[in-house]
Design a protein around this ligand. Structure first.
Ligand SMILES: Nc1nc2c(c(=O)[nH]1)N[C@H]1C(S)=C(S)[C@@H](COP(=O)(O)OP(=O)(O)OC[C@H]3O[C@@H](n4cnc5c(=O)[nH]c(N)nc54)[C@H](O)[C@@H]3O)O[C@H]1N2
Ligand SMILES: Nc1nc2c(c(=O)[nH]1)N[C@H]1C(S)=C(S)[C@@H](COP(=O)(O)OP(=O)(O)OC[C@H]3O[C@@H](n4cnc5c(=O)[nH]c(N)nc54)[C@H](O)[C@@H]3O)O[C@H]1N2
Ligand code: SF4
Ligand SMILES: [Mo]
Length: 679
C-alpha cells in the first residue's frame, strides 16, 4: 500500500497553453504524467479546464514530441548532440554578426514563447546582441490596439478590461467562450458572460452568431470593419443629447471638443448605412447604454485585424471614456498586476512608433519591435540572414505563405525552439527541443491579463523527458557562444531562483516558493482610480491627431456582390497551430476549411464537404466547404493555424497594410469562391 502511494503523486500546477492561467492538477505515476484535472480550489478557474487544457497530459506524452536536437546536412534534418548543435549555431551566428552586423540576426517570438517565463531570458539576450530585428506574433495580432493605448494613455501595454461586476458589457469582435478573451483572459468564461447578461446586459457585435452571442442579451451583425461608424454615432448622441459623464470628461479627459467634431458626420443614417445594422437596433443599444450609465466595451481580434482597426479601437475607448467608464468600478478595470505592479512603478508617457526595417520603412514598428509583415522583404533583401524562432510557427501565422516559405528557406540559419514538429521546423536548419509546460517551472509574468489581481508560480511536474532542455538554457548557451552571459550553464538549475530577478515585485514574494512548493498566489480586491496619475497631464487623450486624421479617410470594405468578406475566427480545440493535429478534438469539431452560410453556399454552388477554390487579390487556396449556421450572409471564415488550408495564402503584406500600426489586413479581405470538386 505504502509502496503504491509512493509511486503516485498529484501535483498542483497551472495551465500555460493560453494566459487564462487555469488551475490544474497533474497525476503522476512512476514519474509519468497519466492525466490532468481541473483544480477546484483555484481562485480563477474553480475546476474548469477547456479541451486544450484537458489534453495537456496527452500532449506531453505525444509520440510526436521533439526529443533531441536536429541539424540539417545535405538537405535532411538528422539528430545531433546538444554540443554539436550549439557549436554549429554559435559559430554561424558569430560569423554572421561579424560579416553583416547584429541586425542580420533576428528573433521571432511566438505565442507559446510568451507563456514560457524562461523564454523571457531572450530579451536581455536580444538587448546585449544589439540587434533591432526583434519580431513577435503581437504585430500580426493587435498592433493597432497598442498604438491606440499609447496615444490615449502614453502606455502601449495598457489593457482595460470589463470589470467582473460590470452592468452593461459590449463585446466587439471577440468571442471569449472559445478564445477565453483577448488582451484579457478569462478562465471559465461562460459563467462570467452569463453573470454579465443577468446583471444588466451583454451585447455582442460580430458578423457571426458566436457562442458568446448566443448567451448575450443583444447581438448586432455589422459589415466587418465598420464599427467606427456605430461608436461614432453613440458618442455623438451621448455628447449631444445626454448620457455622457460630464464630470469625468471635465476632470480626466482632454480634447473632448475635437472628439465631438470627429464624430459629427455619424448621424443615425450614416451609422446604419455604413455598418449595415438596422437603425432600430442601433437605437436599442443606445437606450441600453443610457440606462446603464457606465459600460464596459471590450474589443478583440475581430477589430484589431480589420481594415479600420485603429479608428474603431480609438472610438471604442472614447465611448468608454464618454460614459465615465475607464478605470472605474462597473466599467473598465485595468489590472495593475501583482508582479509588474503598474500602480506602483507607473510609466512615462511615450511614443514608441519607429519606421520599419530598411526594406519596409512603410510598415512601422513599436515598442522596440519590428513588424512581422516585414520579415519576407528583410530576408529577400539580404538584410536578415539568421532567424531564431521561440515558441512560434511563422509559416502558418504570417501572410504571403508562398513567398514566406521561399524566404525562410533562403536563410543561412533558421533555428526553431519548439516542442513539436511544425511547418516552420520543416524549413529549419536547426530544431531544438524545448521543455513543455509540465517539464518546467513558470511564474505568471503576464499577470496584467488576468481577471483578478493575482499571480502564480508552478514548479516542474516531472523532469524534462528525452534530451529536452529549457528555453532559458538554450538561449543562455547561444548567448555564451556570442560572449553574452544571461543564464546559468546548468540545465537543472533551480528555476525559482532563476526567476527571482524577473519577479522583483513588491506585491509577490517569490522567495516564498521553493522548488517543491505547489502553486500559490496572493489576491486582493480590484484596484480602481490609479491610472490617471500616470496619464499625460493626468488625462485620457480622447482625440489623438493621427487617429482624427485617419478617421476622415476611413471607408467601409468593398461590397462587390460577387465577392465575400473573409473574416478570422478561432476554434475551440486548438490555439493557433498548436493542437491542429486534433489531439484536443475528440469529435472533429475544429476542422480546417471554408465556413460559409447555407445561403451563400447555395448562391455560389458549393456543397458541404466539397472542395472550393477561394481567391483573394493576392493568392488562391483550395479548401473543404463547411456549412456554418453561425456565419452571416456575405462573410466567410477560414480559421488560421493549419498547414494545409493555410489562410496565409490569401492575406498579403503587399496591399492594405496599415500605415500607422504596420498591421496586415486579416479581416474583411475580399475573396471569390467557386466549387471545384464534389464531396
Ligand atoms: N489570417 C490570419 N492570420 C493570423 C491570425 C488570424 O486570425 N488570421 N491570428 C494571428 C494571431 S492573433 C497570432 S497570436 C499568430 C500566432 O502566431 P504564432 O505564435 O507564430 O503561432 P502559434 O501557432 O501560436 O505557434 C506556437 C508554437 O509554439 C509551439 N509550442 C507549444 N508549446 C510550446 C512550449 O511550451 N515551448 C515552445 N518553445 N514551443 C511551444 C507550438 O508547437 C507552435 O509551433 O497568428 C496570427 N495569424
Ligand atoms: N480556443 C482558442 N483560444 C484561443 C486561440 C485559438 O486559436 N483557439 N488563440 C489565442 C490568441 S493568439 C488570441 S489573439 C485570442 C483572440 O481572441 P478573440 O479576439 O476572442 O478571437 P476570436 O475567438 O476569433 O473572436 C474574434 C471574433 O471577431 C469576429 N470578427 C471578425 N471580423 C470582425 C469585424 O470586422 N467586426 C466585428 N465586430 N467582429 C469581427 C469573428 O467572427 C470572431 O467571432 O484568442 C486566444 N485564445
Ligand atoms: S483556458 Fe484552456 S488553454 Fe487556457 S489556461 Fe485554461 S485550460 Fe489552459
Ligand atoms: Mo494572438
Amino acid at each position: 500500500m505504502a509502496a503504491s502511494e509512493d509511486r503516485t503523486k498529484s501535483v498542483r500546477t497551472y495551465c500555460r497553453i493560453c494566459p487564462a492561467g487555469c488551475g490544474m492538477i497533474a497525476d503522476v505515476v512512476d514519474g509519468k504524467v497519466v492525466g490532468v484535472r481541473g483544480d477546484k480550489a483555484h481562485p480563477l478557474s474553480y475546476g474548469y479546464l477547456c479541451p486544450k487544457g484537458q489534453a495537456s497530459a496527452k500532449a506531453h506524452n505525444s509520440p510526436h514530441r521533439l526529443d533531441r536536437p536536429l541539424m540539417r546536412s545535405s538537405g535532411t534534418l538528422s539528430p545531433a548532440s546538444w554540443d554539436d548543435a550549439m557549436d554549429d549555431i554559435g559559430g554561424k551566428l558569430v560569423e554572421i554578426r561579424q560579416a553583416s552586423g547584429p541586425d542580420a540576426i533576428g528573433v521571432y517570438f511566438g505565442t507559446a514563447g510568451f507563456f514560457d517565463t524562461g523564454g523571457m531570458f531572450s530579451f536581455p539576450f536580444i538587448g546585449q546582441l544589439g540587434t533591432t530585428s526583434l519580431y513577435t506574433a503581437t504585430s500580426v495580432d493587435s498592433p493597432g490596439y497598442q498604438l491606440v493605448a499609447e496615444r490615449m494613455s502614453g502606455n502601449h501595454w495598457l489593457l482595460p478590461k470589463p470589470d467582473r461586476d460590470a452592468n452593461f458589457v459590449i463585446l466587439n469582435g471577440i468571442n471569449p467562450i472559445v478564445s477565453h478573451g483577448h488582451n484579457f483572459f478569462m478562465a471559465a468564461p461562460k459563467a462570467q458572460l452569463r453573470k454579465w447578461a443577468a446583471r444588466g446586459g451583454l451585447w455582442v457585435i460580430d458578423p457571426r452568431l458566436t457562442e458568446s452571442a448566443e448567451i448575450a442579451t443583444g447581438h448586432l451583425r455589422p459589415l466587418p470593419g465598420t464599427e467606427y461608424a456605430l461608436f461614432g454615432f453613440l458618442i455623438r448622441s451621448l455628447l449631444a443629447d445626454g448620457g455622457a459623464d460630464v464630470e469625468f470628461l471635465r476632470d480626466f479627459c482632454s480634447n473632448v471638443d475635437s472628439l465631438r467634431d470627429s464624430v459629427a458626420p455619424f448621424d443615425l443614417d450614416a451609422a446604419a448605412s455604413i455598418t449595415h445594422i438596422e437603425q432600430s437596433e442601433i437605437l436599442r443599444l443606445l437606450a441600453g447604454i443610457r440606462q446603464a450609465g457606465r459600460i464596459a466595451l471590450q474589443l478583440g481580434t475581430g477589430t484589431s485585424m480589420s481594415k479600420n482597426a485603429n479608428v474603431t479601437t480609438w472610438l471604442g475607448w472614447a465611448l468608454n471614456a464618454v460614459t465615465g467608464s475607464l478605470d472605474r468600478p462597473g466599467g473598465m478595470w485595468i489590472n495593475r498586476g501583482m508582479l509588474q505592479d503598474l500602480a506602483k512603478v507607473g510609466w512615462q508617457p511615450t511614443n514608441t512608433t519607429r519606421p520599419g526595417p530598411k526594406s519596409r520603412p512603410d510598415l512601422p514598428g513599436r515598442a522596440g519591435q519590428m513588424p512581422s509583415g516585414a520579415l519576407i522583404d528583410e530576408i529577400e533583401a539580404g538584410n536578415l540572414r539568421a532567424l531564431i524562432v521561440v515558441g512560434g510557427n511563422p509559416v502558418i501565422a504570417l501572410p504571403d505563405t508562398r513567398r514566406l516559405t521561399a524566404a525562410l528557406g533562403k536563410l543561412d540559419l533558421l533555428v526553431v525552439l519548439d516542442v513539436l514538429p511544425t511547418g516552420t521546423t520543416e524549413l529549419a536548419t536547426h530544431v531544438l527541443p524545448c521543455t513543455g509546460q509540465l517539464e518546467r517551472a513558470d511564474i505568471s509574468m503576464g499577470d496584467i491579463a488576468y481577471t483578478r489581481e493575482f499571480a502564480q508560480y508552478a514548479p516542474r511536474v516531472v523532469p524534462p523527458g528525452a534530451e529536452r532542455r529549457p528555453t532559458w538554457w538554450i538561449l543562455g548557451e547561444l548567448g555564451r557562444r556570442l560572449g553574452i552571459e544571461i543564464a546559468p550553464p546548468d540545465p537543472d538549475a533551480d528555476e525559482a531562483a532563476l526567476f527571482r530577478p524577473l519577479a522583483a515585485a513588491p506585491r509577490f514574494d517569490i522567495a516564498a516558493f521553493d522548488g517543491d512548493t505547489a502553486v500559490s498566489f496572493l489576491e486582493e480586491e480590484c484596484s480602481f482610480g490609479w491610472v490617471s496619475r500616470f496619464l499625460p497631464d493626468n488625462r485620457w487623450n480622447l482625440a489623438p491627431e493621427e487617429l482624427v486624421e485617419q478617421l476622415k479617410h476611413s471607408t467601409p470594405p468593398g461590397c462587390d456582390p460577387e465577392a465575400l468578406l473573409l473574416i478570422p475566427s478561432r476554434q475551440r480545440h486548438k490555439i493557433n497551430s498548436t493542437f491542429n493535429d486534433g489531439i484536443a478534438d475528440r469529435h472533429g469539431h475544429s476542422l480546417p476549411g471554408l465556413y460559409i452560410s447555407e445561403r451563400d453556399a447555395a448562391r455560389f454552388g458549393l456543397e458541404p464537404g466539397g472542395l472550393a477554390e477561394v481567391a483573394s487579390a493576392t493568392g488562391k487556396l483550395v479548401v473543404t466547404v463547411h456549412i456554418d449556421r453561425r456565419m452571416g450572409d456575405g462573410c466567410v471564415s477560414i480559421p488560421h493555424g493549419f498547414e494545409r488550408a493555410n489562410v496565409g495564402h490569401l492575406t498579403s503584406t503587399r496591399i492594405n497594410t496599415d500605415p500607422l500600426s504596420g498591421m496586415i489586413e486579416q479581416s474583411g479581405v475580399e475573396v471569390r469562391v467557386r466549387p471545384i470538386g464534389p464531396p
